[in-house]
Design a protein around this ligand. Structure first.
Ligand code: ATP
Length: 331
């Protein structure tokens, strides 16, 4: 039996994860789910943002589904437990498929997979004072570039895709992004896939103006973070965007959105991104048919007008989930 750790987190995390858990129970009764804790609420309860007991649970399980965390605004020494986890479990690839799921949501007919390097770049967390300011270290290694490019090639092939586009800024960051670009061109040789490249500013524009020309984007940490939020907004909003942090032995699935403190606890959150993240987890755990059902039910529900407010409807999170589950039962 496969085992998944369920981590609700903060803000709207508990609300959207509660929906996703109901969906998992409906389509995959054999999946064992255990609760772990991480984030601000967890810190209030246990004194730690990421307790050892959660790390142990993760190490003993096959995958995890996580909501979101709120960062404390007033702690200069705070280090995100999610970033620590990505690093300590070597979850080096952040995969964000972004697809417009119904013509009535979003602005652009987008269907793109963003493969983002997840361990270095601008997210090293290394900042130091220099006279008159702060210097942030930005790290790009050949090893990390190779791993992420190879993962993009693997995913593109598995999905029947034809082209991988490398997104960088090597005209300015000649050495670091230049290295990423070189590794990309080298690894793509003989892959059987078309190698394409875009500067990150051009990629931001292309998501709007030429969405169907993009297929798989592979990019560095910060660019991927920004482009995937842009893509999500274009395709229907953060409420529809799932993701996974993938390593060689473990995967942590999470909606792309944050903890949305502005709507937390108000039964307003769209749980679709969490539900779609759960579907990605099912596929990862070998339950492809169950994942297909969950995914198919999303446009079917939208078609029937089953929507939360961010998608132009009026349903609260709980009522949306109840009605979505009805649709799911016939998919
Ligand atoms: P954090 O600091 O945790 O990143 P945030 O509010 O800055 O939180 P997001 O949580 O990504 O960032 O939210 C950005 C905006 O999108 C907010 O106005 C929020 O209400 C809205 N939003 C995010 N997720 C959802 C969702 N699942 N359903 C509805 N609205 C959402």
């Amino acid at each position: 039996m496969k085992r998944a750790v369920i981590i609700e987190g903060d803000g709207i995390g508990p609300e959207v994860i509660a929906s996703a858990v109901q969906v998992l129970e409906a389509v995959s009764p054999g999946l064992e789910m255990v609760e772990g804790c991480m984030g601000l609420q967890c810190h209030t309860r246990t004194g730690s943002y990421l307790p050892q007991s959660t790390i142990d649970l993760l190490n003993d399980s096959d995958a995890a589904l996580f909501g979101a965390i709120t960062s404390p605004a007033d702690r200069a020494d705070y280090r995100s437990p999610l970033l620590s986890l990505r690093k300590s479990m070597d979850l080096y690839a952040n995969i964000r498929p972004v697809k417009r799921l119904h013509p009535s949501v979003g602005l652009v007919d987008l269907d793109v997979v963003i493969v983002r390097e997840n361990t270095e770049g601008m997210y090293t967390g290394e900042e130091r004072e220099v006279p008159g300011g702060i210097v942030t270290e930005r790290k790009v290694t050949e090893y990390a570039c190779r791993r992420i490019v190879d993962k993009a090639i693997e995913l593109c092939r598995a999905d029947g895709g034809k082209k991988v586009t490398c997104v960088h800024k090597s005209n300015v960051l000649r050495r670091s992004d230049g290295l990423f670009r070189e590794v990309f061109l080298d690894r793509m040789k003989g892959s059987g896939l078309e190698a394409s490249e875009l500067l990150v500013d051009a990629a931001a524009a292309a998501l709007v103006s030429q969405p169907r020309k993009l297929d798989f984007l592979v990019t560095l940490n910060l660019y991927g973070d920004i482009l995937s939020d842009e893509a999500a907004a274009l395709a229907g909003g953060l409420g529809f965007a799932p993701s996974v942090n993938l390593g060689e032995k473990f995967a942590l699935f999470e909606p792309t959105h944050g903890s949305a403190p502005d709507i937390a606890g108000m039964d307003l959150a769209n749980p679709t991104a969490a539900i779609l993240s759960a579907a990605m987890m099912l596929r990862y755990l070998g339950s492809g048919n169950a994942a297909d059902r969950v995914e198919k039910a999303v446009p079917a529900a939208l078609e029937q007008g089953i929507r939360t407010r961010d998608a132009g409807g009026s349903l609260g999170t709980r009522e949306f989930t109840r009605r979505y589950l009805e649709v799911l039962s016939s998919c």
